[in-house]
Each structure stands twice: as C-alpha cells, then as structure tokens.
Design a protein around this ligand. Structure first.
Ligand code: SAM
Length: 223
C-alpha cells in the first residue's frame, strides 16, 4: 500500500510536479523517451474502447470524454477527439495544457475545458462524461486519493458511462520511482482500489506488442 511508501504526501506530490515541469512538451516527453510506442498504444486503446462503442448493453454515448493526466493531449488528439464530440482535459502541468492548444490542431476547438489541477483535487462535473480516460498517471496518486478520485469519477459519469484506467503494473507488489515520484502497483492492488471506489470491473486487458523491457500495461474498464 502506498501509505508504507509515501512518507510525506506534500513531498510526493511536490516532487512529481517539479519533475514534469522540466519535461519537454512532446509525445516523447509524455512517454519518457518511448515516443515510438505511441502508435501501438493508441491502436490498442482504440480496440479496447471499440467493445464499448458497439451496439449492446455496454454501449456508451459519444458526447463527452475527460482525459485525465492528459499532458499535451497525445490521447485526446488521436483516440478521443475522433470519437467524442467534446473532450475536457485535466493535468497538473500548465505548460503541457498550453502546448495542447497548438498540438491538437483544428480539432482542438472541440476541447471543452482545460483544467490545470492535480487529480487529487479535481472534481469532475456530475453526470457530464460518457468516458473518463486515466492513462499513465495513477502512480502519481496515493491509494486513498486514487480511491476518492475514482469515486468522484463515478459521479461524473453519464448513464452507461465508463472509466478506463490504462497503466503500468508490476508482477507483484508496489514499487516507488524516486525520479518522477510515482508508484507502480500490481494488478491485485489496482483491482482492490477499483472495488474500494465502489466501481465494477467490466473488462481487463493487457496491451500487446510493447517492448519487453517495460512494465506490463493493462487497461481496466469500469462503471
Ligand atoms: C506519463 S505522462 C502521461 C501523459 C498522457 N496520459 C499520455 O499518456 O500521453 C504523466 C502526466 O501526468 C501529469 N501528472 C502528474 N501528476 C499529476 C497529478 N497529480 N494530477 C494530474 N496530472 C498529473 C503530468 O503532468 C503528465 O502530463
């Protein structure tokens, strides 16, 4: 549990904020030097999401999505704006959101709001979102903050809406990265957090065709 690893919450969040301030606002910067896996990542996410766009009881609407820890909008641009009418973005790093305004091109006009805020403090508007996408950012939240944030996400969903977490997972246990001040959890811990937030897991899938040397990346859909 993160309570064992995070001794000083202020420092944990402060260090991460300082780390991201120094990262270039590019796709490569968003992916820690792994910009070349972005196409594979987006294609995998599209396939995962497709299951919730087809006719059927799990089908979600396509009015509005929220990109959490959105950075410069790598996911907003290639995954979300092509599907959803409006996309909101939230990130703690102001420079990334500023960059998004040019990076997204003309479709950026359909971004509803750019929220500069830590997810630990962010309250999604109730019943606004068909999809809340949370990728490569949960490691920056403590367990308690992540549970609380997911509870608020649940409130932010439209009828039949879903939350998706896509993130690194360890084989077993929780590992701290002192460089960017984040933690990496194992699948069981993530599942427990989802349950503690009162959400039901609908689908869980491993991203295929990523380099062997990186963590397993899993997608979890829930409502
Ligand atoms: C690894 S990047 C991923 C960016 C984006 N999700 C993507 O996949 O391209 C992590 C992002 O999380 C943001 N971030 C870090 N801590 C955060 C926090 N507490 N709340 C919101 N965003 C945070 C960083 O500014 C950065 O944009």
């Amino acid at each position: 549990m993160t309570t064992d690893l995070v001794e000083d919450e202020g420092q944990f969040y402060g260090k991460a904020k300082e780390y991201w301030k120094e990262v270039p606002p590019t796709v490569d910067g968003m992916l820690g030097g792994y910009g070349h896996i972005s196409n594979t990542d987006i294609a995998g996410s599209r396939r995962f999401l497709q299951k919730f766009l087809e006719d059927g009881p799990e089908q979600i609407g396509t009015s509005c999505a929220l990109d959490c820890g959105a950075g410069i909008g790598r996911i907003t641009k290639r995954l979300l704006l092509p599907i959803f009418h409006t996309v909101d973005m939230v990130d703690v790093t102001e420079d990334f959101l500023a960059k998004a305004k040019t990076f997204l091109g003309k479709d950026g006009k359909r971004v509803g709001s750019y929220f500069c805020c830590g997810l630990q403090d962010f309250h999604p508007e109730p019943k606004r979102y068909d999809l809340i996408w949370i990728q490569w950012v949960i490691g920056h939240l403590t367990d308690d903050h992540l549970v609380a944030f997911l509870k608020r996400c649940k409130v932010g969903l439209r009828p039949n809406g879903i939350v998706v977490i896509k993130d690194n997972t360890t084989q077993e246990g929780v590992v701290m990265d002192e460089v960017d001040s984040s933690i990496c959890r194992d699948v069981k811990v993530v599942r427990n957090i989802i349950k503690a937030a009162g959400l039901t897991l609908l689908l869980e899938e491993k991203q295929r065709n990523f380099p062997d040397e990186i963590y397993n990346v899993l997608s979890f859909a829930m409502r």
